[in-house]
Design a protein around this ligand. Structure first.
Ligand code: 5CA
Ligand code: ZN
Length: 414
């Protein structure tokens, strides 16, 4: 599927640094091993109410990683999905009387426009789930043959075929994955989150309450695809595993998304990918913090949203939105306030007047920016380095302006 247009990313003089990244699974900072190439899978939106600042913050975190990797000379392949068929999307479409396909298409368009406005580098493969249903069915079929999937009789209709579930215990025995590998949660925490985040711990017939759905057989009134598994549609986690594995191969460099996806979504995406490849899913499991608003996590279901498109419509410079989000470390949870926008605006103004008359040569700012970002993408420290140069350093240099543009996505020439 069409993604969005690529922003200009200038080349910076000298050599970039491969960044240390926090890995949720080992709880350590690691520099993933790369031999000139890296692969990145980031979970995309469920297109029914995009794009709020929480989404934007998460995609900016991985945009920063991409920019740092590109500066370090890596050839990166980046894949992102859209979950363009899913229960919450179908519910919203039904509630508003809009066809679910139209809702997904219009919200994905809005998202593309927002990402473009924010100068976010697009993925190389932008993959809607509805385009890969046969791929996912084929993968689930392999899991069935490998005895990593099992049938659970449908409870709501005598006509319905059985649904298919992932056998977590069998996978722990025969693959490099085990329950908790990625999330490090204890079983009670998992059970609570599983119920809250789309799982069905109480469904009769499951071997383990935590086993996730792989395939949902056709039900009346639901979208359905004819596949090797019969008519139905995939479970959520396996979609991301299959999209990632079939485009990036086994053991990708980084799996990314917001921390609300850690369990069950990322845990089981990793499980399914390992079931398919026999390898660990990723070298680094990376999670961005949650943005709150008015005291709670900004979320479509609560409706406490600040939309990027609304801010831009109101005349806010997208660079100000970028700076407001980059002022916080990507792993921290924080609350959005109007004040965040004001101080980012003041910051951009001071940077712009400094950049208006570049002269002289880089006096070390470029390497300070690279070092701060190599330290688990420390954007707040990076912004402070620019502030210090603006306040106390000499005039801006062309090299520094290129570095700010390439690494932070802030073009100060306009
Ligand atoms: N389509 C699935 C992933 S396969 C999904 O979670 N979609 S989403 O639209 O709900 O979220 C898209 C991305 O934004 C996810 O990575 C999610 O973790 C992140 N996200 C959602 N809300 C917030 C928030 N308040 N703060 C930071 N990131 C958020
Ligand atoms: Zn996902």
């Amino acid at each position: 599927m069409k993604s969005w247009s690529r922003p200009e990313v200038p080349r910076i003089a000298g050599t970039g640094i491969l960044p240390r990244l926090y890995d949720t699974s080992t709880r350590k900072l690691v520099v993933p091993s790369t031999t000139g190439t890296a692969s990145l899978y980031v979970c995309g939106i469920t297109p029914y109410d995009a794009t709020h600042l929480g989404h934007a913050a998460t995609y900016l975190a991985f945009d920063t990683l991409l920019r740092v990797w590109i500066d370090a000379g890596l050839d990166v392949t980046y894949v992102q999905n859209t979950t363009d068929v899913d229960d919450p999307l179908l519910e919203r479409a039904a509630a508003t009387g809009v066809d679910w396909r139209e809702l997904a298409a219009s919200q994905t368009d809005l998202f593309r426009g927002d990402m473009e406005a924010l100068s976010v580098i697009p993925p190389d493969h932008y993959v809607p789930v509805t385009a890969v249903i046969p791929e996912v069915a084929a993968a689930v079929n392999i899991m069935l043959a490998d005895k990593l999937a099992y049938e659970v009789e449908a409870d709501d209709s005598v006509d319905s075929q059985p649904d298919l579930y992932f056998d977590s215990a069998a996978a722990a025995d025969t693959t490099p994955w085990h329950l908790g590998l990625e999330s490090n949660l204890d079983r009670d925490e998992m059970l609570a989150l599983f119920g809250e985040r789309g799982g069905d711990p109480d469904r009769p017939g499951k071997r383990d309450p935590l086993d996730p759905l792989l395939w949902r057989a056709a039900r009346d009134g639901e979208p359905v695809w004819d596949t090797v598994l019969g008519p139905g549609r995939p479970g959520w986690h396996v979609e991301c595993s299959v999209i990632a594995v079939n485009r990036l191969g086994s053991q990708i460099t980084v799996q990314g998304g917001g921390s609300d996806l850690l369990f069950p979504h990322h845990e089981f995406s990793a499980a399914h990918a390992s079931a398919l490849t026999g390898e660990p899913f990723a070298q680094v499991y990376s999670h961005a913090g949650m943005i709150a608003y008015q005291g709670e996590k900004m979320s479509k279901s609560l409706g406490n949203l600040v939309l990027v498109s609304r801010l831009v419509e109101d005349g806010v410079d997208p660079r100000v939105i970028r700076l407001a989000l980059l002022a916080h470390h990507y792993r921290s949870d924080w609350e959005w306030t109007d004040e965040a926008l004001e101080s980012a605006g003041t910051r951009l103004d001071s940077w712009l007047s400094w950049a208006a008359s570049p002269a002289g040569r880089d006096d070390g700012l470029v390497s300070k920016l690279r070092e701060a970002l190599a330290d688990d993408l420390d954007t707040p420290a990076t912004l402070r380095q620019v502030d210090a140069a603006v306040l106390h350093g000499g005039p801006a240099s062309g090299e520094a302006l290129d570095a700010i543009h390439a690494l932070l996505g802030i073009d100060l020439s306009a």
